[in-house]
Ligand binder design. Sequence first.
Ligand SMILES: Nc1ncnc2c1ncn2[C@@H]1O[C@H](COP(=O)(O)OP(=O)(O)OP(=O)(O)O)[C@@H](O)[C@H]1O
Ligand SMILES: [Mg+2]
Length: 455
Amino acid sequence: MTKKILIADDEKNMIWAMKRALKNEDYKIITASDGKEAVEKFKKEDPDLILLDLRMPEMNGMEALREIKKEDSKIPVIMITAHGTMESAIEAMKIGALDYISKPFEIEELKVQIRKALDIGDMTKQIEFLTEELREKTGKVIIGDSDKIKKVLEIVNRVAKSNATVLITGESGTGKELIANAIHYNSDRADKPYVKVNCGALPENLLESELFGHEKGAFTGAVARKLGRFERADGGTIFLDEVGEISLPMQVKLLRVLQEKELERVGGTETIKVDVRIVAATNKDLKKMTEEGSFREDLYYRLNVIPIELPPLSERREDIPQLIEYFLEKYCREIGRSKMKLSKEALDIFLNYRWKGNIRELENVIERLAILCEGDIIEKNDLPRELVYENNKNTEFILPKEGINLEEVEKNLIQQALEMSDYNQTKAAKLLGITRHTLIYRMDKYNISGNKKDI
Ligand SMILES: Nc1ncnc2c1ncn2[C@@H]1O[C@H](COP(=O)(O)OP(=O)(O)OP(=O)(O)O)[C@@H](O)[C@H]1O
Ligand SMILES: [Mg+2]
């Protein structure tokens, strides 16, 4: 990607000379002729590197450097100093300048310094990104301070150090995997293997050899011995995601590992002992499944030693502002754009939306906004249609461009309300927000029968 360099110097000749020197490099050069302009251009253009002359009118280089570093402490800045201003150069480096170059300088020297500073800038970004990724992977960033999430985190802290089996339940996107990660990485097994299996993603026979491994020749295609995930997790933790998807025959086999801590590879006779901590997750109601007979009761009790229930986002709306803030910061940084904010109106819509896909849905909406929204303030109009639509749904239908036939729509809504309420006129009137009298009047007007059988 072409790097953007901001050069600030009040001497036109100097800027001209530097531009010429860098002409053949793949850089986009932006210029400023005083400190104030430099700060403005920095905010507007978000450059990768700044070359800042120390002595400039309006605002000198040192003050500009202070302003810039206040906004972005990581941006590499090279100070350009006149010969013999060593002290200022050192002061600038204390404030956060990466390096300095004294006038007059050789072009090659300038080029090398620029290259080095850009590399350092890249590495800083990379380190930030990796640190963040690591924090996420290890479940160190769990946003929210609602009572509900605090209770969850308390349980996590208490059980992480034990070897007890944990069953995490909750709707899709509520953070089950994040909690599982937090349990492993806060346990004494943190530096041992952490193996994840998505039990819903594999057909039964594959899942069996995936979990327990197989011997060479166990089935067609088993050309070599393969260790199962349980064996690979030995000493550490196995995360059985979507455990509610496991078939009944597989449930029997899983129960055995949980009870006896031993298994046989597919096609094998040797009994293998494993020391594995089990964390399972599901968005299914396992209790109900045991009643219906699709999940073994004994396995359910073995898994449900420590239950952790993650509340849907709609039950902890007070965490929404923090989550928005966190994801905005994350995605703006990731795509390298300046920090965005939600307008008051947009925030209200976020706070009232039902978030059926929970935190994952919220995260996706923010990621999309960070990529697509042009301004730094996210307005109601920038929001995905479904958010706005739901917000309006009780008061405002969105009129299609081609228009509608109001009477037809009214008639249709009355019919729907009657059907929904099983032709109970009082209930139907309530659904429409009108009195029963008005309903009867309109049914008459549109010739709508009040009797189910007449239709
Ligand atoms: N409290 C939280 N703080 C920050 N990020 C969160 C939080 N909860 C969930 N997330 C993020 O939301 C996304 C969905 O979380 P996760 O994958 O853990 O959900 P899940 O419950 O396993 O969903 P599914 O049932 O669909 O597999 C992830 O990107 C995760 O990092
Ligand atoms: Mg998951």
